[in-house]
Design a protein around this ligand. Structure first.
Ligand code: ATP
Length: 195
């Protein structure tokens, strides 16, 4: 079984993914895979250079900040970039999944709902937190400004939109409660896996 895991920026999805990992569940982080493929796949490098321009790479190293700033302001380029990266990540995920030996695996993706990846998952989990809490965490973690954070948040779907598509929710406020919720969901998912 594939369990999708998502949440807005700063909601704590990677933290939650870590709790599943501690329980022995294999975790695939789509955003990390995308970054890795951007760096290691010659085919992707060629396509991204054609889309963004030569400044997209310094040698074989992607200039992530440049790529991000181009696509942040041009939605058609963002779509085109996603059309290059997403199929490669999907293929990479499939081969990773086939190597795993467990009742279920976690597929963590920031835009699981927005990009439609949730349709390929058997169960989808949404991690939520209050907006003020998310902002505080991101300011602490990334040293980002409030304007930057709000601009990134505005690009994502609202939690209300995501809740309509999610099967299960984890409210991530107090970490020990979040951990207990992960224990609870782990048992629920294992049971579903047996049916
Ligand atoms: P992004 O999409 O921006 O990568 P994310 O949803 O994966 O974010 P995390 O990286 O897991 O979120 O968490 C954001 C920051 O908040 C991290 O520094 C993390 O340690 C912290 N954090 C996560 N959950 C909590 C919590 N319940 N209480 C306090 N801090 C938390």
């Amino acid at each position: 079984m594939v369990v999708g895991l998502t949440g807005g920026i700063g909601s704590g999805k990677t933290t939650v993914a870590g709790f599943f990992k501690e329980k022995g569940v294999p975790v695939y982080i789509a955003d990390d895979a995308g970054k890795r493929l951007l760096e290691t796949s010659a085919e992707i490098r060629e396509k991204v250079t054609a889309l963004i321009g030569k400044e997209a790479y310094s040698g074989q190293t992607p200039n992530r900040k440049h790529i991000a700033s181009v696509v942040f302001n041009e939605s058609d380029k963002l779509e085109a970039l996603n059309a290059i990266i997403h199929p490669a990540v999907a293929k990479d995920f499939e081969s990773w999944k086939n190597e795993q030996n467990s009742v279920y695996v976690i597929y963590e993706a920031a835009i699981l709902f927005e990009a439609g990846g949730y349709k390929k998952c058997d169960i989808n989990i949404l991690v939520t937190a209050d907006k003020a809490e998310k902002i505080k965490r991101l300011q602490q973690r990334d040293n980002s400004s409030l304007e930057e954070i709000e601009a990134r948040m505005a690009k994502q779907w609202s939690d209300d939109q995501k809740k309509k598509l999610a099967d299960l929710e984890i409210e991530n406020h107090d970490l020990s409660l979040t951990k207990s919720r992960v224990d609870e969901l782990h048992q629920i998912i294992l049971k579903r896996g047996k049916n």
